[in-house]
Design a protein around this ligand. Sequence first.
Ligand SMILES: O=C(CO)COP(=O)(O)O
Length: 248
Amino acid sequence: MRKKIIAGNWKMNKTTSETVTLINQLKPLVATEDADVVFCVPAISLTTAVEAAKGSNIQIGAENMHFEENGAYTGEIAPGMLDDIGVRYVIIGHSERREYFAETDVTVNKKVLKAFEHGITPIICCGESLTQREQGVTIDFIRQQIKIAFLNVTPEQAKTAVIAYEPIWAIGTGKVATSAQAQEVCKAIRECVAEIYDTDTAAAIRIQYGGSVTADSAAELFSQPDIDGGLVGGASLKPDFGKIVNYK
Ligand SMILES: O=C(CO)COP(=O)(O)O
């Protein structure tokens, strides 16, 4: 049985002092043994967030990282820097990074490989646009994203990865995918992982749904057979996140 993983993606929200306040406020609300709970916070607050989360079940994740060890990449953050301060997860290839910062399936793959090298669990994002959904190419498009993201990733590594299916049309729009739509794609992702590797790997990998998840929609989404939790944007910044984590 896969353990659920419920992660917040804070995006570009909250100052460092606000981060401490919010973590302290949410700590008792997200305390559970039933799910892994991850807060992905802005890079500038990562060290503080790791400190603030100590003694709780909250793990801290980054929202991005570079794929090189170090070097002349002004403004970027290396995987070893995250590892050094106790960051255990990193979101890779979020659609906002693909859209505004020119990330591609190839850079996603490089980052995924680097994250594993450093023992950091990648939360690998995929998802179609509204146009692609209307064109009927959703599954083809996502299969391509997954196949490239996992190039040269070993089955042992893949078993520990997290995939976040986030339809772009559902992000920040209040337009949540139906549980049937989300389940259909998450099942297709698992089948794709089985094709790349084997059924054991497909059974172990955790697949989240993301896109306008709220305390009202979480229970139905997370009870689908191929949905192992969520990647939550807006609602992860509020006490409601506690209800999402304890959705049952
Ligand atoms: O992009 C998301 C999480 O990564 C989803 O954001 P919202 O929950 O705000 O729609």
